[in-house]
Write a protein that binds this ligand. Structure first.
Ligand code: NAP
Length: 413
């Protein structure tokens, strides 16, 4: 934490604290490439060009950014011709600030629903990667809302936001785990996976919940703190055998697929009769030149014998899209909030302090996060006299390799 605060203060010195910093897309990532952090550029906005320092327009709000969300879906927005664009995502423009989910503190308002001092959340898209910003609160596409728990606003980007809804509907409504089921989740230590596993165990009561993730430390976290029965490291040479052992050789009834690729090829060889396989994401393929519809099609499974197995066993492997459940988000968020408040589910977050949003995105894509990956832009921001980090929030500094090589970061819940 201290190291990260020092980094944050270096940022503050580099750019006058008055001015707005923003992260723009300097060049496209290139389909087929891993995202290189140098495609992002942090720059200071000249005050005379900065709408934050102009008189406020009708229906607009001025915000100090508290936190920004970095999410896998943004990968395809980094190329104008990315094959996985479409439906609801547009490519980002060069030399303009990136945007995604974000939270800000309103310091000036011309909208009655978002008064001065309120904490506002843009849960999905449209919050610019800027330290100060102006939003048109009347724009319904931003889906702006007030933070659910003012003392812990980042929950609205994770458990009470899209990742929470994704885990809730993908696991409980699409996967439909039953008490006698063996449930497997890939990307299990991430924002969606870490919640989905807890829901399978603590809400559905499934007898064996197995997480798959990329390091032994993450495996340990899943079983020690989050209630997974077993966790398996897909980078281990014995991954396939380890997964057979973790499922106790009883096959798999529900597989929430967050990653695709070789990991899922292995998992799918172990499915039981009538298994449910909601395809939530395919992060292992997001850098690649493949259409999403091809990945999730029957032929997206590489092995012919596995394709036959899925047919013979009447396995339901299907696309899951959280936006299909938008009408029920609020209900799910209420249920999730109750589980959080009563400490039934834990909500890990990986918090990068400062404004290194491009690096935080790259780190998330390569597995440096546990739980929701966030950038905390104003870590010491004071709201109405009280610090917003809730009392009792547990923090743990863990060394993980990131793109700067071995910087420690804060995990907390
Ligand atoms: P996340 O899991 O918090 O972060 C991404 C994680 O993916 C990394 O931490 C990394 O963990 C793992 N990963 C990266 N490259 C990988 C690879 N080649 N093979 C296996 N694992 C890899 O992200 P999230 O926001 O919770 O999203 C998880 C998945 O859900 C993504 O695929 C996302 O697109 C999808 N999603 C879908 C919907 C929907 O509506 N369908 C909504 C939200 C999210 P490891 O250390 O384990 O590698």
């Amino acid at each position: 934490m201290i190291q990260q605060l020092k980094q944050f203060h270096r940022y503050q010195r580099k750019f006058s604290s008055q001015s707005t910093l923003e992260v723009v897309l300097k060049s496209y990532a290139g389909v087929g490439n891993k995202v290189d952090p140098t495609i992002f550029e942090t720059r200071s906005v000249p005050q005379d060009e900065d709408s934050f320092f102009q008189p406020i327009e009708k229906g607009h709000i001025k915000l100090k950014t508290i936190a920004l969300s970095v999410d896998p879906f943004m990968r395809c927005m980094l190329d104008p011709d990315h094959p996985q664009l479409g439906e609801y995502l547009e490519p980002l423009k060069l030399n303009e600030p990136l945007h995604g989910g974000g939270i800000g503190h309103v310091i000036e308002s011309d909208h009655k629903d978002f008064p001065v001092n309120s904490i506002v959340v843009a849960p999905f898209l449209g919050y610019p990667w800027q330290t100060n910003c102006v939003l048109n609160a009347a724009d319904s596409q931003l889906n702006l809302r007030l933070a659910t728990l003012k003392h812990r606003p980042t929950l609205d980007l994770g458990t009470l936001g899209l990742p929470g809804a994704t885990s809730w509907f993908c696991m409980l409504k699409a996967g439909k785990p039953k008490p006698n089921d063996t449930v497997v989740i890939s990307g299990a230590a991430g924002a969606c996976g870490s919640l989905a596993g807890q829901l399978a165990k603590k809400v559905a009561g499934s007898k064996n919940v197995v997480g798959i993730c990329g390091t032994d430390e993450k495996c340990q976290l899943l079983t020690t703190y989050l209630g997974f029965d077993h966790a398996v490291n897909y980078n281990s040479r014995t991954f396939h055998e380890d997964l057979i052992n973790a499922t106790k050789n009883q096959g798999i009834d529900v597989y929430m697929d967050n990653v695709g690729g070789d990991v899922s090829e292995s998992v799918l060889t172990m499915v039981n009769e009538n298994a449910r396989v909601p395809i939530c994401g395919q992060i292992s393929e997001y850098d690649n030149d493949i259409k999403y519809s091809d990945l999730i099609s029957e032929m997206g499974v590489q092995s012919a014998s596995t394709r036959k197995l899925l047919k013979d066993k009447n396995v339901n492997r299907f696309r899951f899209l959280v936006l299909d459940y938008a009408h029920d988000f609020e209900k799910a968020a209420q249920e999730l909030a109750a589980l959080v408040i009563h400490n039934i589910i834990l909500v890990p977050e990986t918090v990068d302090i400062g404004f290194d949003v491009g690096n935080a995105f790259c780190d998330m894509m390569t597995g440096a996060n546990v739980g929701k990956a966030l950038v905390l832009v104003h870590p010491d921001y004071n709201i109405g006299g009280s610090h917003w980090v809730a009392e009792g929030t547990k923090e743990m500094i863990i060394k993980v390799k990131d793109s700067n090589n071995n910087v420690s970061r804060v995990w907390r819940w």
